[in-house]
Design a protein around this ligand. Structure first.
Ligand code: HGY
Ligand code: MN
Ligand code: MN
Length: 416
């Protein structure tokens, strides 16, 4: 790409455009009762977020495209050029998620580009802003579907087997949303054209708040996974079935929830049963099936393995005692990610060198892509640390500091 100034449309400063975009995006997929977001993959809210992304791209004269996996890309410069600098994140949410997890990275990316144009930056590498689809896995249970498919970490066949809680398959959902599920699959050519991927994300924890810095760098992502526990018992009448005659799956499930907490504490890890489905889910019926999902994470793989094995052993012992059958299925897993020091240190230098460097237990598309592309993450301070909740929040000043930091990084990488 020539070193000439970017002849894109004149833009407001990053600060002004951030506030405007933030206000535009805020109402999409927000539940009026809880204030949380319900932007699940291939739903109407997801489509509205995608439309918003395309509008931002086209309003800036960027080349807009969706890749074979439904990820969105907004290009400044040649989309087929090499050594591109890519930034972005995701727009989907967990059930009743917060406003910042994902969208902060996407909005900040457009705002950082506006800031660079405002500065009259001269781009010498292709630049892209990306929205990776289905990062949270809220609907189909697997995290980072869009980036995993692109990176060849999820096969088309395995993706086609994914079902949501109503039994709708991922292919059906994609087709209903106007995408071709048979086109999905690895995209090595696209990833080979990327020289660096930088994801800005709200911190999901309070480490930055404790350092007093508004922005930090990621060192690593803990190994983490999701396991589905199916406790199958015998449905029966809650009022007439003697206790001695019951095969109640709720009992081993309850013991397993407590075992998860106990084993996590022992191993210095975390373990959560945050989602449960009961059949037939009647007040006056002993369940026939209790399905619970375990999310567990630890700073190292051996601690995670210890917790996961101990929880399953406790679950099997409790299920046997109650005459209940148990099936355990690992639905999602991400090994530890150590972000490469070269790009991380380059970002630190571009940002004055004094930034905190912190690990996280939260998964990200950057973690998935780090196996294929030089990748780094910027975190923006979250004063309460709360995330995956409507209460998630980052202060306006810190968000603006994130935009400036991202603009400085993109300028250093793409405007040499
Ligand atoms: O679950 C996670 O760690 C991420 O928010 N997807
Ligand atoms: Mn999340
Ligand atoms: Mn996220």
């Amino acid at each position: 790409m020539s070193g000439g100034p970017d002849r894109g449309r004149p833009s407001a400063s990053g600060a002004d455009s951030f506030s405007r975009m933030w206000a535009e995006l805020a109402p999409i997929g927000r539940h009026p009762g809880t204030g949380g977001y319900r932007r699940y993959a291939w739903t109407g809210a997801d489509a509205d977020c995608r439309t918003w992304f395309q509008e931002q791209a086209e309003a800036r004269g960027l080349t807009y495209e969706t890749d074979r996996n439904g990820n969105q890309w907004a290009w400044l410069g040649d989309p087929l050029g090499s050594d591109a600098v890519v930034t972005g994140s995701h727009l989907d949410s967990v059930p009743d998620g917060g406003a910042f997890d994902g969208p902060l990275g996407v909005v900040s990316s457009f705002a950082a580009l506006d800031e660079l144009r405002h500065r009259g930056a001269r781009f010498t590498r292709p630049l892209a802003i990306a929205n990776f689809g289905d990062e949270e896995g809220a609907r189909f249970g697997l995290a980072c579907v869009g980036s995993r498919l692109a990176a060849g970490q999820l096969t088309r066949e395995a993706a086609h087997r994914l079902r949501d809680g109503e039994g709708v398959s991922l292919p059906q959902a994609m087709e209903n949303a106007g995408y071709d599920p048979d086109a999905i699959g690895p995209d090595p050519e696209r990833l080979a054209r990327i020289g660096a991927f930088v994801e800005l994300h709200v911190e999901q924890g309070r480490a930055l708040d404790l350092t007093g810095h508004p922005v930090g760098l990621a060192s690593a992502i803990w190994p983490h996974g999701r396991w589905r526990y199916d406790f199958a018992g015998e449905g029966n009448h809650a009022g007439t079935t003697r206790l001695a005659d019951r095969r109640d799956p709720m009992l081993p499930y309850a013991e397993t929830v407590l075992a998860a907490r106990r084993e996590a504490e022992l191993a210095g890890a975390v373990a959560t049963f945050g989602k449960v489905a009961v059949e037939p889910n009647g007040v006056n019926a002993i369940p026939s099936l209790v399905r619970g999902w375990l999310d567990s994470r630890a700073a190292d793989q051996s601690a995670l393995d210890t917790v996961v094995a101990a929880v399953e052993a406790a679950a099997r012992e409790a299920a046997d005692r109650q005459g209940v059958d148990l099936t355990v299925v690992r639905e999602s897993f991400t090994p530890v990610v150590e972000f490469g020091h070269a790009l991380r240190d380059e970002l630190a230098k571009l940002l004055g060198g004094e930034l905190p460097v912190l690990g996280t237990g939260a998964g990200h598309d950057a973690g998935i892509l780090s196996a294929s592309v030089p990748t780094a993450m910027l975190f923006v301070r979250n004063p309460t640390g709360v995330s995956h909740s409507p209460a998630e929040h980052a202060g306006e000043d810190d968000c603006q500091a994130g935009v400036r930091a991202l603009a400085d990084v993109l300028e250093g990488l793409a405007c040499r």
